[in-house]
Ligand binder design. Structure first.
Ligand SMILES: NC(=O)c1ccc[n+]([C@@H]2O[C@H](COP(=O)([O-])OP(=O)(O)OC[C@H]3O[C@@H](n4cnc5c(N)ncnc54)[C@H](OP(=O)(O)O)[C@@H]3O)[C@@H](O)[C@H]2O)c1
Length: 368
């Protein structure tokens, strides 16, 4: 077995040798049994992906060599972009390799560092995904300030989802104060941030979700107009809430929501094409039926991939941290405990079970 320096093999040793609550790498090491669990993709979906696509595997915690560091993960993220990745068709990201641990956003603490830029005890955001321990070479890693907000927010409102909302609204959507903005998938990680950021920018924010509880949370967040799209057709709701039309549509959903929004846009309105939650399971591409209205209304519709803009991410975190501190940007998390429950979390997120950011908790957030 791979051994870390000063690492006894049993948890009983930890209790004897390290006082409770001691903050040191030794505390981490002495409490671990040398095993790291990870979630591997072992099948391809034929329809909606289920838990049977994954297995929990055990592996040995790696030893970092020079230029590397070891992270003990506290949380990892379950994201919609993982849906196309578990299939075998090439989307904008390559399909995930069968038999390998799922990649994706995770936040954890440096346990052992042999890298000049990372110090033991620091919190980091990285992309090494669904595992308890991760070995990093420092690429695609951002430091996380645990004094701003709980470290889990580095995967949500202060992470890529929040940044996606910000970049989409301001850089792609060119949002102006006083405009009317509609956000679909508004109770999700991106949508909830987008609606609040539209308010911060001095706009009127409309949003929709699929249950009374989600709709009520949108009201709490300050959305000016909200509806349950399972209770009311989107087209009708938009006609009621925005009789003069929409200036900007932030599209997380595609399909019927997009079609209804095109119908509700003002001339020269803009559509930010962020994602197509309602269509990720489709085997055939589908389009809105009223695309000609994009022409007649002289709309601008622009898609984007936030991975093209990661150089702007630290600037976003600095600005959004201030909003979070001031209580102007709020968030909610659905946390599933235990790495073995990650497949269920993934299936649940695709069903729309989560409110706010869906996370899996896999390790300690405290100093012990
Ligand atoms: N372009 C980029 O670079 C980029 C980056 C990150 C995310 N995204 C996209 O942004 C979107 C939101 O991501 P997220 O991280 O916020 O995901 P999320 O937290 O899982 O939220 C997604 C929301 O979509 C809604 N939804 C699910 N199925 C739906 C359906 N059939 N019809 C209508 N609404 C549905 C769900 O709410 P309800 O229960 O209310 O339906 C859920 O709240 C996704 O499309 C994702 O792919 C794009």
């Amino acid at each position: 077995m791979n051994r870390l320096p000063d690492q006894p093999s049993a948890r009983g040793d930890a209790a004897r040798q390290a006082p409770e609550g001691t903050l040191s790498t030794h505390t981490y090491h002495r409490r671990m049994d040398g095993v790291s669990r990870e979630i591997r993709l072992v099948g391809r979906p034929t329809g909606r992906p289920g838990e049977e696509l994954f297995e929990v595997a055990e592996t040995t915690i790696p030893d970092p060599t020079d230029g590397h560091f070891l992270v003990r993960n506290a949380y990892f993220s379950v994201d919609p972009y993982m849906r196309p990745r578990v299939g075998d068709a090439r989307a904008y990201v390559a399909p995930h390799t069968l038999g390998e641990a799922m990649s994706g956003g995770a936040v954890g603490r440096v346990a052992i560092s042999r890298h000049p830029d990372f110090v033991e005890g620091e919190w980091v955001l990285h992309m090494l995904g669904w595992r308890e321990w991760a070995l990093s070479d420092g690429k695609y890693v951002w430091k996380v300030d645990p004094t701003v907000a709980p470290v889990s927010t580095a995967l949500g409102v202060l992470g890529i989802p929040g940044f996606t909302a910000y970049y989409g609204l301001h850089e792609i959507g060119r949002l102006q104060p006083g405009e009317t903005v509609f956000v679909s998938g508004a109770s999700g990680a991106v949508g909830s941030a987008a609606g609040q950021m539209a308010k911060i920018a001095g706009c009127r924010a409309l949003g929709c979700a699929s249950s009374p509880e989600k709709v009520s949370w949108l009201r709490e967040l300050g959305f000016d107009g909200v509806f349950d799209y399972r209770e009311q057709p989107v087209q009708q709701a938009l006609a009621d809430l925005a009789p003069k039309g929409l200036d900007l549509y932030f599209d997380n959903v595609g399909g019927e929501h997009l079609e209804a929004a095109i119908g509700a846009m003002r001339n020269h309105g803009r559509i930010v094409a962020c994602g197509v939650m309602s269509r990720y399971g489709d085997s055939e591409p589908s389009a809105p039926l009223n695309l000609f209205m994009v022409v007649t209304k002289r709309l601008r519709m622009e898609g984007f991939l936030i991975s093209d803009h990661v150089d702007r991410f630290p600037g976003y975190v600095a600005a959004a941290s201030q909003w979070v501190r001031e209580g102007r940007l709020r968030y909610r998390e659905t946390v599933i405990d235990g790495i073995e429950n990650a497949p269920a979390a993934f299936a649940g997120a695709l069903r729309g079970d989560s409110i706010g950011k869906m996370l899996v908790k896999v390790g300690p957030t405290e100093d012990s």
